[in-house]
Design a protein around this ligand. Structure first.
Ligand code: PLP
Length: 448
């Protein structure tokens, strides 16, 4: 007899801290969730319950889970070549050529396995080429788990304005060397550069901060960042790990028209496979030690793994040849307008927002948020409460405060009809049982 989910989860907790392989998978109420399989727009748990999945593993499977074209490309590649750890493969060259062709800022590119590695290398490179100490990040943006950026993501209100590390064990020097600024604050960023321009190696941002749902950038803000970085000789890094490929083949930079110096990519690039990239200006990229004699050390056993590269090529081929973006953008618009209507009908203040395939509903009065600070008004108990109730309707959105949801090419109009019906019922039920709600404001931060 096979183990049931509670037993598997218990075994997991005995041998894995918390029973999951990421702090971000530790979700109240989901302690016994064991995933058995994924396919298209769904996943199935060990009890055989099927959910339409809008969490989508924090965003990679833009084509849907286990896309058959990607899976075929991966297994064909694996049958032919695994890792060699020397030289290059023709497929790596082809992928690099496509990234150079598609993403405006990318003149040269290198592959990594994860987004964190890509942002790590971007900041190390920026310090190497400028000889400067400080990097600027924005409150609410997440760029991975490494020390330079492990602070000020989803901060508790009392930590706003302070350094707010998300982990213990970071050297105080690393925290000191990161300046935290407010997103969309043009005057603030100009002031900072007026005072400290020659100390700033890099400015890194998610061009749309999706790690707090969806805060849209003012065009003037992105333009101002470009201006101050150019005039100070600081490196502007767009972290497009979420926005890259998901919003456009050329990333959000191809939509907003602002070109950074360096770009990091990941997630949707391989539709869920561990592959990521850092690319940008050739004069910067050529400082990586993949070029003999260059000073910024760059390595990684799994970089450019043939199976992952084949998966990324298959993903990009499908994004280029099929109306993926048109489909997911249209369904995203349906969700946003449908949920706004539902909330207006029940009289609950809400901002149903997002961009393209990404959607999120904040339970707060408008206008749409412009910075993390505005999101402190979100009713987090209602946010996590209704998302938990969606599971009763066979729908999965992550019940963690401020987390976004994603639509894939595998979702259909019928899925969206069901999502809207379920959302209406889940919000109504949650409001009817308001007294039973527990505070739902999770944080990413707060370590002293
Ligand atoms: C914008 C952004 N950058 C970087 C990362 C880190 O990527 P990874 O988890 O692949 O290391 C993430 C992960 O969620 C992200 O959302």
């Amino acid at each position: 007899m096979t183990d049931g989910p509670a037993s598997v989860a218990q075994r997991a907790r005995a041998v894995m801290p918390g029973g999951v392989n990421s702090g971000q998978r530790s979700v109240p109420g989901l302690e016994d969730l064991v995933v058995a399989s994924t396919a298209g727009a769904t996943f199935t748990d060990l009890d055989g319950r099927v959910y339409t999945d809008y969490h989508a593993a924090f965003g990679p499977p833009l084509l849907g889970h286990a896309d058959p074209d990607v899976a075929r490309a991966v297994s064909a590649a694996l049958a032919r070549t695994d890792l060699m750890g020397v030289g290059v493969t023709a497929a790596e060259v082809e992928l690099a050529e496509q990234l150079v062709e598609l993403v405006p800022s990318i003149e040269q590119v290198l592959l990594t396995s994860t987004g964190s590695e890509a942002t790590f290398h971007a900041l190390r490179l920026a310090r190497a080429v400028t000889g400067r100490r400080y990097v600027v990040k924005f409150q609410g943006c997440y760029h991975g788990w490494h020390d330079a950026v492990s602070l000020n993501v989803i901060s508790a209100p009392e930590r706003l304005g302070d350094k707010d590390p998300i982990s213990a064990g970071i050297l105080p020097d690393a925290i000191e060397a990161t300046i935290v600024a407010e997103f969309n604050d043009v005057a603030g960023i100009r002031r900072l550069f007026a005072e400290r321009a020659d100390e700033i190696a890099a400015v890194i941002l998610e061009p749309i901060p999706h790690n707090i749902g969806c805060v849209l950038p003012d065009p003037e803000f992105l333009t101002a960042l470009r201006e101050v970085c150019t005039s100070a000789g600081s490196v502007l890094v767009f972290d497009e790990v979420i926005t890259g490929f998901r919003h456009a083949l050329g990333g959000y930079q191809s939509i907003c028209g602002v070109t950074p110096d360096l770009t990091t990519l990941g997630k949707a690039m391989g539709n869920g496979l561990p592959i990521a990239a850092i690319g940008g200006r050739a004069d910067l990229m050529s400082q990586f030690s993949s070029k003999p004699g260059s000073p910024a050390f760059f390595a990684g056993t799994y970089n450019g793994h043939p199976a992952m590269v084949a998966g990324a090529l298959a993903t990009i081929a499908k994004l280029r040849s099929e109306p993926v973006h048109e489909h997911v953008f249209r369904l995203g618009d349906r969700v946003r307008s449908g949920v706004a209507e539902i909330c207006a009908d029940v009289g609950v203040p809400a901002v149903a927002t997002g961009f393209g395939s990404v959607f999120i509903t904040y339970f707060m009065p408008g206008p749409a948020p412009r910075a993390y600070r505005d999101l402190l008004a979100n009713d987090s108990a209602l946010f996590t409460g209704y998302r938990s109730r969606l599971r009763e309707h066979g729908i999965f959105e992550l019940p963690l405060n401020l987390k976004r949801s994603h639509i894939s090419y595998a979702h259909t109009d019928a899925d969206i009809d069901r999502l809207l019906e379920a959302t209406q019922a889940a919000i109504a039920d949650t409001l009817a049982h308001r007294g039973e709600l527990t505070a739902g404001a999770s944080t990413m931060g707060g370590v002293r």
